[in-house]
Design a protein around this ligand. Structure first.
Ligand code: ZN
Length: 49
């Protein structure tokens, strides 16, 4: 059984506060319209979709 990072559709965004890469599943992105950066920042996703 092979593993693929792209198995689940996700998007990558860069946190505007600290520049960290944040990966969030598209389903969650569409529902929440934001992602949580590893450093605790909220990243708005509205403009990415
Ligand atoms: Zn951040």
């Amino acid at each position: 059984m092979a593993k693929h990072d792209s198995n689940e559709e996700s998007i990558e965004v860069t946190c505007p506060e600290c520049g960290a890469i944040v990966r969030v599943p598209i389903e969650e992105a569409e529902r929440e319209m934001r992602a949580r950066c590893p450093n605790g920042h909220d990243v708005e996703l509205a403009k990415m979709l």
